[in-house]
Design a protein around this ligand. Structure first.
Ligand SMILES: [Zn+2]
Ligand SMILES: [Zn+2]
Length: 131
């Protein structure tokens, strides 16, 4: 049986912290307009992990959640103190959605760029930017 690495994450101020272990379900870098708004940048980088493999280490009571009006299931969870995005349950994927930039170590799963047709004009090709 494969042993997956344990990952730790925390918000900018450190009040909200979490731990998780694999197997990781999906690592999506989503360019849709809602993900751009919620992150303020070209795409959201989220790791999806089953709820039973995710644990709040501290500060769960410091998490605030914003939900869009139904039938939207989109929302945002963030630290009440520093405003950093923190994990939230994704009903669409049935898994915890973890903003992976808050984690210092790498997950053992490759990222996938999604919503390719819905991107900014200034961000079109990551490989081109990295050249
Ligand atoms: Zn914080
Ligand atoms: Zn999106």
């Amino acid at each position: 049986m494969k042993i997956y690495n344990k990952l730790n994450g925390k918000c900018l101020c450190g009040k909200v912290a979490w731990e998780m272990t694999g197997p990781y379900e999906f690592f999506g870098m989503c360019q849709c307009s809602r993900c751009r708004k919620v992150t303020g940048t070209a795409f959201a980088s989220n790791l999806f992990v089953r709820s039973e493999n995710f644990f709040w280490a501290s500060g769960e009571d410091n998490v605030n959640e914003y939900l869009m009006d139904p039938p939207n299931t989109f929302g945002n969870s963030f630290c009440k103190n520093c405003g950093s995005r923190v994990p939230r349950f994704s009903s669409g994927r049935g898994a915890m959605m973890v903003p992976i930039g808050s984690t210092m170590d790498s997950p053992e799963i490759e990222p996938t760029l999604v919503c390719l047709g819905d991107h900014t004009d200034w961000f079109t090709d990551l490989e081109k930017l990295l050249r």
